[in-house]
Design a protein around this ligand. Structure first.
Ligand code: ADP
Ligand code: MG
Length: 698
């Protein structure tokens, strides 16, 4: 492999050429302040982009302005005055060839330092008449450079973000003064032809447009151009990573004949849905190759991912290899053990569960059988990743509920177990645009739709006064043979504001009557007690489980068809959807009740989204709208870089085009060795070598 050539690029030192001349003239204090804002190089300065623009269109002569009008005027400051009485008032008299207008600010004492007689500026705002003279209070202003106060018609003024220490005017001047020197440092990544083809500007031109705009259309195109470049670079990193995972690693080819297929299907007590079969088709194709599979399986809560994973694992077992399944919680791992053990009861597959609570002696035994290859299938918690577990001949690793783990953990996984097939599964539907960035290095399969015979869950909101009614309803349902979950945001009565498992347990016991068996479930119980409770709930001996979000993922008790979530506003939208996914798992009509007394817009928007939508994808899109991409996957956790224009990450066609372009380059020139890729190569490694994305390619 060409790893050497790929990684041989020396780390480019930040270019100091222009930076020196720019920063040299500043005081050390200024330099420190700029550095604190992340501005140390010419490129940093260029990337300090205006956060908005003011358009001084159709400038009007002062003689023509009328009270009540919104205007932009331009001229020379001829006189200023600071009136120190409270509220402090600062006045400046602006003059153009036709007249004079007073500009007035309250509590802006500092303006006296920047606005002085002789300053040439534009001001925009609403005209009033004060003591017979036109006046604009708190106008938007910008200092104009040319000293000739002629009225231009299309002035678009960049407004920069500033900090406490550094004013936007200082930054504007710094950038304006050094723009050409900075632009000289940019360097183009793409050929002119290519840019024309994509309706993009050159990078240099785009930066110029953003800092010295000529038109609104120009700004828009420049933003698009920069967005293309930065998203392209990220996609390129993902593609390189993808390419190398595929070509520098190899995994075991697994046999997939009809006999194996029939033997696996015979173990299931239901027929697979079309969607499940389609995904199994993807998996069989992947697993029959020597390139390691690297696939993400997305499917809404309850869509039946487990059985698909089981199929893939049994393909490994049938070939005499080992398979492992990792879950995020012990409860889920235990449940997988029960489900899979039941499915495999008639087979000779050797199956074990390994978690932090496995007794030491048993653990030693399991590890030994794993290493010898005697054990076929291991189920464990993600914590397993942190330990030195040696497999005799592991062929496939399945990671369930992967949504809690970012790009970093995935890379970690790869490092530990390089030459195996991996399947990661998530029930937190990720909007497609997000998936393309977040999981851009994976192939994606989707189970759309639920197993047959499911009814959509009815979801409704209630407030505290309606709870007795809810409890009556719950009692009726239980009398009819169903079971229920009651989810609370806290375990014990620590805080007055939170409904806890303890309080709610008492409340329920009082209102449900002694014949109904209620039990708590939360993380402070011993593993033993939790397992016991889950077993009894599964068996129907316990009818109401009062619990925390411990049941959020994976728990599968089809007879439970009612869920009450107390203080539902305390939970995130995705989390509520996950919780709700614990019901609606049988042909009984399921009902989810969201109790909340929070009337705030944010809370209501989330709860309404749940009432309105049952599809996890719809909910994820709402969530994305309500919270924004950055919030949804914390940058640190996801390994996503900070983008200058993150809003473009929502534009599907744009994103798809960029991804195609990036993939195309990597296919043609996997090591980016062609002369035309020199700049791209330098950029992608400079930026992504240290994030795990490219570091573990080597
Ligand atoms: P999730 O995708 O949330 O992990 P599970 O794999 O836990 O969903 O499946 C949810 C429930 O649906 C389980 O009880 C499972 O046995 C059942 N199930 C899965 N596939 C089918 C099918 N094709 N027909 C009927 N029931 C199914
Ligand atoms: Mg699951």
């Amino acid at each position: 492999m060409h790893e050497d050539s790929l990684m041989a690029i020396p780390e480019a030192p930040p270019s100091h050429g222009a930076a020196f001349s720019i920063f040299a003239g500043l005081t050390p204090r200024r330099r420190t302040e700029l550095a604190r804002l992340g501005m140390q190089t010419a490129i940093d300065l260029l990337n300090w982009l205006p956060h908005r623009y003011e358009q001084f269109q159709n400038g009007i002569a002062i003689a023509e302005i009328k009270p009540g009008q919104l205007v932009t005027i331009q001229g020379l400051i001829v006189q200023t005055r600071l009136i120190r009485r409270r509220p402090v008032r600062f006045e400046a008299l602006l003059e153009d060839p036709t007249g004079r207008c007073v500009l007035t600010w309250f509590n802006r004492r500092e303006l006296a330092a920047t606005i002085k007689p002789g300053t040439c500026m534009r001001a925009a705002g609403k005209v009033a008449i004060y003591k017979g003279r036109p006046q604009i209070v708190q106008p938007d202003i910008s200092i104009v450079e040319d000293l000739e106060p002629t009225v231009k018609s299309d002035g678009i003024v960049p407004i920069y973000p500033a900090s406490v220490d550094i004013s936007r005017r200082f930054i504007a001047e710094l950038i304006s003064r050094h723009l050409d020197a900075c632009l000289a440092e940019v360097g183009e990544w793409f050929t002119e032809d290519f840019l024309v083809h994509r309706h993009l500007m050159t990078l240099t031109n785009a930066y110029r447009q953003l800092h010295k705009p000529e038109s609104l259309a120009g700004i828009a195109q420049a933003q698009r151009t920069i967005a293309y470049h930065e998203i392209f670079l990220f996609q390129l990193a993902l593609e390189i990573r993808r390419y190398h995972l595929r070509h520098s690693l190899s995994a075991c080819k697994l046999r997939t004949d009809d006999q194996v297929d029939q033997r696996i299907r015979a173990l299931l007590d239901f027929a697979l849905t079309a969607a499940q079969n389609r995904v199994i088709g993807d998996l069989r194709k992947d697993l029959s190759r020597s390139q390691p599979m690297n696939r993400l399986l997305q499917g809404d809560v309850g869509s039946g991912k487990t059985v698909v994973a089981l199929y893939a694992m049994l393909m490994a077992v049938a070939a005499g290899k080992q398979a492992a399944l990792l879950a995020p919680t012990e409860i889920l791992a235990e449940q997988h053990l029960l489900t899979i053990r039941a499915a495999l009861s008639a087979s000779r597959v050797q199956l074990e569960l390994l978690t932090a609570n496995t007794p030491p002696a048993r653990r030693v035994d399991i590890l030994q059988r794993l290493a010898s290859g005697e054990l076929n299938l291991l189920i464990g918690t993600h914590a397993l990743l942190a330990e030195p577990v040696t497999f005799g001949n592991l062929a496939i690793l399945v990671v369930d509920e992967q949504h809690k783990f970012g790009v970093e953990q995935r890379a970690h996984l790869r490092r530990r177990q390089a030459n195996i097939h991996t399947l990661v599964m998530t029930a937190t539907p990720i909007p497609r645009t997000l998936a393309m960035t977040y999981f851009g290095d994976l192939d994606v399969s989707l189970i759309d739709g639920l197993p047959p015979g499911r009814h959509p869950i009815h979801t409704r909101k209630v407030t505290t006064p309606q709870l007795p009614e809810v409890y009556r309803y719950m009692r009726d349902k239980i009398a009819a043979g169903r079971q229920a979950y009651v989810v609370t945001p806290a375990i014990e009565d620590g805080s007055l504001e939170l409904a806890s498992v303890t309080t709610v347990l008492g409340e329920l016991a009082a209102s449900m009557g002694p014949e109904i068996r209620i039990a708590p479930l939360h993380s402070r119980l011993t593993a033993e007690a939790r397992r016991d409770t889950m077993e009894r709930f599964r068996a129907g001996e316990i009818q109401v489980l009062v619990c925390t979000t411990i049941i959020e993922v994976g728990v599968d008790v089809p007879n439970a068809s009612l869920m009450l979530i107390r203080q539902a506003e305390r939970f995130g939208l995705a989390q509520l959807h996950q919780l709700r996914g614990r019901i609606g798992r049988s042909s009984h009509q399921s009902v989810c009740i969201l109790a909340s007394d929070d009337a705030s817009d944010g809370a209501q928007a989330r709860l309404n989204a749940l009432v309105r939508h049952s599809s996890g994808f719809k909910i994820a899109e709402e969530d994305l709208k309500l919270r924004g991409m950055g919030e949804m996957v914390g940058t640190r956790q996801s390994g996503l870089p900070d983008f200058l224009f993150p809003e473009f990450l929502h534009e599907m066609p744009f994103l798809q085009m960029i991804r195609r372009d990036a993939r195309d380059r990597v296919t043609r020139d996997p090591h980016l060795l062609a002369p035309e890729h020199a700049k791209l190569r330098e950029q992608v490694f400079q930026r992504y070598r240290h994030t795990l994305l490219l570091a573990d390619v080597a």
